[in-house]
Design a protein around this ligand. Sequence first.
Ligand SMILES: Cc1ncc(COP(=O)(O)O)c(C=O)c1O
Length: 460
Amino acid sequence: MSLNSAAARRDQAFHLHPATNLRSVLTDGPLVITRGEGVYVYDEEGKRYIEGMAGLWCASLGFSERRLADAAYRQMCELPFYHSFAGKVPAISTELAKRLIEVAPAGMGKVLFSNSGSEANDTAIKLAWYINNALGRPKKKKIVSRKRAYHGVTIATASLTGLAFAQNDFDVPIAGILHTDCPHYYRGAEAGESEEAFAERLAANLEALILRERPDTVAAFFAEPVMGAGGVIVPPASYFERIQPILKKYQILFVADEVICAFGRTGNMFAAQTFDLKPDIMTVAKALSAGYQPISATMVTNELYDIVLAQSDKFGIFGHGYTYSSHPVPAAVALETLKIYEERDIVAQVRGVAPRMQAGIRSYADHPLIGEARGIGMIGAVELVRDKTTKQSFDAKAGVGAYLVRRAQHHGAILRNMPGDIVAFSPPLIIREREIDEMLWCFGKALDDTWAMVKEKELA
Ligand SMILES: Cc1ncc(COP(=O)(O)O)c(C=O)c1O
């Protein structure tokens, strides 16, 4: 990392860095990335890093898929912009919508595109409200999210997000947002409680919350099938099996936020298949275009669409959408991405390499710093603890996870530290076994460095 390079100085001068420690980026400078190749990215000095996070859980096909660049270029030449307001639509967007509904789990019937995961979830909230107004249930508007959820950072989605860093001093949450338990067995289980009993207790808590608030005030339940930014939390096997009937019982819409999970990450095309989910609304983004273009989608069942259709008759317009909903260039890139997933059987690729990554992550489980090593498919994490027996965490100010990630970067791998000293792995899905080994080798070296630092500073 060149702290004094012209590029770094320019960046310091002009960027209000998102999701960043603004003070340390001022002193240390940002890591300036200039190009990518396969699962690697290169900084301005030519140093190579294995991208263990696929950027932000999104660059599923790595950083040099020429077909996606060509698809964008072709579309730029043919029709660089058009929109879908007032009954118009770019042809390519229609093609993408059709393909998305074909690959999506049964039940999804219509799709509305946006530019980001946050907007897709925002749209889902608005649809839940609109639908309940249409059904003559004006009080049924509260949304249940979960502690440690991450659904975005717009005003409404930052309200759903159950992480302090996304809410502090932003005057959120807005009214009407409820947070129920996070399904993290390692942290949330009571002494001697089985995973089954834990899942049962969480389901009972959700039902009690709904009853306390009154079912006729609760509109929707949002869930990431595997929680990402909250710490890569894979729920107990029976969790969703227990939650879904409760939602049905009280006519609460189930919104599956598959922004991270969709398109292979959990070992199926959608996590809805991995966890046997029957969502009413489903949001996707990120790997929809392999991260190459900003695009997201909110999918709804035909049953919900019919309600929206009838309600829009009342106003003569369905008054929601963005200038860049259905933008043809991201649509072309997403369509090509879906073609590549099919041609290269991305699900088989994930199933082929995931055991290597999961076993590799778990091979560190006995290390004195690691409280839990976890994951599914091509998403995983380790949770660093001060005391393995009591599961006591480090003081957040000690910055142990951040230190590990810095050391991993030094050794040549980009990983991500999340609240609670949880270090995540979510590499491009095209990663090969030897690249997984390389990523984990860098992690191992960083773990050794971290252990030495912890001992030297007597943090544990
Ligand atoms: C599960 C989930 N939902 C929503 C979002 C928000 O997406 P965006 O950053 O594109 O707004 C994210 C971002 O990481 C996410 O992980």
